[in-house]
Design a protein around this ligand. Structure first.
Ligand SMILES: Nc1ncnc2c1ncn2[C@@H]1O[C@H](COP(=O)(O)OP(=O)(O)OP(=O)(O)O)[C@@H](O)[C@H]1O
Length: 252
């Protein structure tokens, strides 16, 4: 039994998953999540951090309504738009549409005529609007996927490791573009990652999960304005994080 409902503008995203079990064809059960419960405040950027296989993607799939076979309840923040946007590891662009067409296709009727110049500019996509996905590097395709998500002005944005498989310099550039774009268009955001420095750079709060079955083992409040999160401060935050989670499986 599960339920999903939208609530008022300032309400947080509220997740209470009692259990999510996968069953093999032979009927063997794998409990992916048990008693997973957390909130993401309105306008907050939170990261779900946990070891490989702890159920991060499963949680996002449940939140996106792609998996309804769980017990528990989810309350979505309604926001102004009631819209949910997602950015996945794979940018998932239509190959026969240009960059701009890929972005415009997902816009709701009220935004169909919106001028996207500022968004393109902020994400370094100006001049690339007429290119096709096959002409883009993976890093550029990821920028298009980010642009598409922000263009819809969502009330909540889910991101599933959007910077994996990029070289570190490109990933750094994209993280900083995400900070810039999110700062000008703040929206409630939940990002899945297993990269601690990435979480410390981007998030207001890090929700730390145990190994499978995933449940919350603690919350880390980053508590430092994003512009101050340079390499030295990040080193300090990493130490503080490791101190808080010393002894927790997967975070030694
Ligand atoms: N369709 C499925 N059938 C059976 N087991 C599954 C299925 N999908 C996921 N699992 C199992 O559920 C657990 C959680 O998987 P999930 O992909 O959510 O983890 P994750 O934290 O996102 O991992 P990673 O960081 O490696 O991407 C894993 O043990 C995985 O093997």
């Amino acid at each position: 039994m599960n339920s999903m409902q939208a609530v008022g503008v300032a309400a947080p995203l509220k997740v209470e998953i009692r259990e999510k079990t996968f069953r093999s064809t032979e009927g063997v059960g794998v409990v992916a999540l048990r008693d997973l419960s957390f909130e993401v405040g309105s306008g907050e950027f939170a990261c779900l951090l946990g070891p490989s296989g702890c159920g991060k993607t499963t949680t996002l799939r449940i939140l996106l309504g792609l998996d309804r076979a769980y017990s528990g309840s989810i309350r979505m923040p309604a926001g102004d738009s009631h819209r949910i946007a997602a950015v996945f590891q794979e940018p998932v662009l239509l190959p026969w549409r240009t960059v701009e067409q890929n972005i415009r296709l997902t816009l709701p009727p009220s935004l169909k005529k919106v001028v996207l110049d500022e968004l393109f500019e902020a994400l370094g996509l100006s001049g690339l609007e007429t290119l096709y996905p096959s002409e883009l590097s993976l890093g550029l395709a990821r920028r298009v996927a980010l642009a598409r998500a922000f263009a819809t002005e969502p009330s909540i944005l889910f991101l599933d490791e959007p910077f994996v498989s990029l070289d570190e310099a490109t990933a750094e550039r994209l993280r900083s573009l995400l900070v810039t774009i999110w700062s000008t268009r703040p929206t409630t955001a939940l990002m899945v990652t297993h990269n601690l420095r990435e979480a410390l750079l981007l998030a207001d709060r890090i929700i730390v999960l145990s190994p499978r079955p995933g449940k919350v083992v603690g919350i880390f409040n980053v508590g430092l304005p994003r512009p101050e999160r340079d390499a030295d401060h990040l080193d300090r935050l990493v130490r503080a994080f490791k101190q808080q989670f010393a002894g927790v499986d997967g975070f030694a």
